[in-house]
Ligand binder design. Structure first.
Ligand code: SF4
Length: 688
């Protein structure tokens, strides 16, 4: 090979965007990314990928990357050496801890960072600072799904693999814009539809691509999924069509649950959801007529005040119809960020150690205390929502955020950024000077996935390795290195030479990962948790029953009440979600010229009826006003939305950011913001 060719390198990596977890070979020459090539050995995607995975990498070479630690001096930032920055952070953490106690500090991990980095973040907060105030962005998306599954089946992850979704006889998606949010997974469903006539039922407010492809598309009224789910479950039981054999053998709590369904008659459901009785009966009948049903859901379900209960209703329906424990069946909350699953799995949660063991459980705590040689706090810490509230109340004075633009992605931007201003000390670790970083006292420059080793866990609980393809830019460092150096600046002696040693430590402590090792994860190999000590993994959860005492799942009784509605003044409902080409607040994808060309600006979708009523046209400029704030944007008239439903892509970090409109309402069980419950009024700025 010539010299020229010798400099071309091929490195295996895992996509940094959505939770499907596509893996690729990335071909690089110096810092240039020549191509990204999926491999047939890629477990989640084979030879497929989507536009983000294929073209969304050039942000790593953005001129805007942070290359040096920054400390605020008056109203501007000055570049400093690492030692100065870390000594300063350690000093301020120690001062605040000494003065106000460990619980005056809070930590937010990143679901774009690796499992090993999530592990170190929670270790730092628990072992060194002595607080359980550590959380991650699953609080913004899937915590309610995890809750609903924990209550009923005992594990918060997907029941099977993406292969199982593809093998199901029927797939139901609820509140999931699958084709844009999880594109490669959506193409598996499309292929199964074609190959063997897999039935697809889509429940959503908006007729997106999967809605158009569905065998049945249903538009329930916003926030009423719990009602139709419970009503069809009741109908199935009333008709004696439940799976008796499965329930007798594997399910507890049938009688009490059945009793709780009394209210959910077809009439009641028709009135609340807008789905006719006849259609509810048809849906129920088709569900019991299939052998293998998989239900996928996403933030259209979870980001409501009843998000956990609605997720529970999904699981109840699957239990009643016996759709667990077999291939092609089960519950599939579709994880958003590439590593939102892993970030929670590895312990960046206020109530759980890695592997979902309770911090309040003395035996578990003792195990960690021994390993970490520290006394650990017993009471669960504050979640993201509670931390922001505690800042406002003067109870939390220091916040350390890794790789999360909290000031854009948390609900109610005005409230969150007002909290930042009240902090005594604020550290942000990120790739860019984000909206959030602008409020920081210290900014630590981190590196993207292509510049480090580690593992990510996708939506199917699949742990996969990523390998370093590029050297860090400037003085930036991997999050795990920064955390280790900070721990040592705080007087400890962490000495991990490689992320594999961090994985070994967590495998030795958390039974869920007992047999995980980098050797078993070499190249395109992967492991789906739980992983037994001998390295056996678990593609299909629950094959020997459910992880409760008697090996049985639990039906969980639910109640419904209307939590939110539009009113005379705030008469429009804003739905929100992703577009294919961009990701979340856009901090990565807006810095990718390839993706920006495809989808340059943000827009607000309004229905033709509403456009007509308000006398506005395509391209008009409007302002939306909620009780919390206002956002402006350009109108796109489309029949994907109907009536008084609006749709705002959440991929915006400017003045059309949807979180200027969201408020402090949260899911009652997990404190996940009710992002989908926004009532607004509209003002026309320019009619066009
Ligand atoms: Fe990346 Fe998701 Fe696209 Fe796969 S489907 S390439 S994981 S964004």
């Amino acid at each position: 090979a010539s010299m020229r060719e010798e400099r071309i390198e091929k490195t295996k990596t895992v996509c940094t965007y959505c939770g499907v977890g596509c893996t690729f070979d990335v071909w690089t020459k110096d810092r240039k990314i020549l191509k990204v090539e999926p491999q047939k050995d890629s477990p989640a995607n084979g030879i497929s990928s989507c536009i983000k995975g294929k073209f969304g990498w050039d942000y790593v070479n953005s001129e805007e990357r942070l290359t040096q630690p920054l400390i605020r001096k008056d109203d501007h930032f000055v570049e400093v050496e690492w030692e100065e920055a870390l000594t300063y952070v350690a000093k301020r953490f120690n001062e605040i801890k000494a003065e106000k106690g460990a619980d005056a500090l809070g930590f937010i991990s990143s679901s774009k960072a690796t499992n090993e980095e999530s592990y170190l973040m929670q270790k730092l907060s628990r072992q060194i600072i002595g607080t359980n105030n550590v959380d991650n962005c699953s609080r913004y998306c899937q915590a309610p799904a995890t809750k609903g599954l924990f209550r009923t089946v005992g594990h918060g992850g997907d029941s099977g693999s993406i292969d199982d979704i593809a093998e199901a006889e029927m797939v139901i998606t609820i509140g999931s814009n699958t084709a844009e949010s999880h594109p490669v997974l959506a193409s598996r469903i499309k292929r199964s539809q074609k190959l063997f006539g897999q039935k697809l039922f889509v429940f959503d407010l908006r007729k997106h691509e999967m809605g158009q492809r569905a065998d049945r598309f249903v538009q329930p009224k916003s926030g009423t999924d719990l009602v139709w789910l419970s009503a069809i479950t009741k109908y199935i039981i009333d008709q004696g069509l439940e799976n008796h054999t499965f329930i007798d053998k594997w399910v507890n709590g049938f009688d009490e649950y059945k009793e709780s369904l009394n209210k959910f008659t077809l009439e009641y459901a028709e009135e609340l959801t807008g789905i006719s009785r006849e259609e509810l009966i048809e849906i129920a009948t088709e569900i019991v007529n299939v052998e293998r049903l998989a239900i996928c859901w996403a933030m259209g379900v979870t980001q409501h005040q009843l998000g956990s209960d609605t997720s529970t209703a999904i699981s109840n329906l699957l239990l009643i119809t016996g759709n667990y424990m077999r291939n092609g069946t089960g519950a599939y909350p579709l994880r958003g960020h590439n590593n939102v699953q892993g970030c929670s799995d590895f312990g960046s949660m206020p109530n759980f150690f890695p592997g979902y063991e309770e911090v309040a459980d003395e035996a578990v705590r003792k195990r960690y205390e021994k390993a970490w040689n520290a006394e650990l706090p017993e009471a669960p810490g504050k979640d993201n929502h509670e931390m922001i509230k505690a800042i406002h109340e003067g109870e939390l004075n220091s916040l350390f955020v890794i790789g999360e633009d909290t000031g854009i992605v948390d609900a109610n931007i005005n409230y969150v950024t007002a909290a930042f201003e009240k902090l005594d000390f604020f550290v942000v670790q990120d790739l860019f000077l984000t909206h959030t970083a602008q409020y920081a006292d210290v900014i630590l420059p981190a590196v993207p996935s292509l510049e480090k080793d580690g593992t990510f866990t996708n939506t199917e609980r699949r742990i996969q390795r990523l390998y370093k393809a590029l050297e860090p830019v400037g003085e930036s460092k991997p999050d795990w290195v920064i955390l280790q150096e900070l721990a040592n600046a705080l007087g400890h002696d962490w000495s991990y030479f490689h992320p594999s040693e961090i994985m070994d430590e967590s495998a030795s402590l958390a039974p869920l990962f007992a047999g995980v090792s980098y050797d078993l994860l070499e190249g395109y190999n992967s492991l789906q948790w739980p992983v037994a000590a001998d390295g056996t993994d678990t593609p299909l959860l629950f094959s020997d029953g459910f992880p409760f005492e008697d090996n049985k799942a639990k039906l969980y009784p639910l109640h419904y009440q209307l939590m939110y509605d539009t009113n005379d003044e705030y008469d429009l409902h804003v739905n929100n979600g992703r577009v294919l080409e961009h990701f979340h607040e856009g901090n990565m994808t807006f810095k990718s010229p390839g993706l920006l060309r495809e989808m340059p600006t943000s827009f607000i979708e309004i229905s033709p009826e509403l456009a007509e009523e308000r006398g506005i046209k395509e391209g008009a400029e409007i302002k939306l006003i909620s009780e919390a704030g206002e956002a402006t944007g350009i109108v796109h008239v489309t029949d994907r939305v109907s009536g008084k439903e609006l749709y705002l892509p959440l991929n915006s970090n400017g003045k059309s950011a949807v979180n200027y409109l969201t408020d402090n309402r949260v899911d009652k069980d997990t404190n996940t913001p009710a992002y989908k419950e926004i009532a607004v009024k509209m003002e026309v700025i320019k009619k066009k």
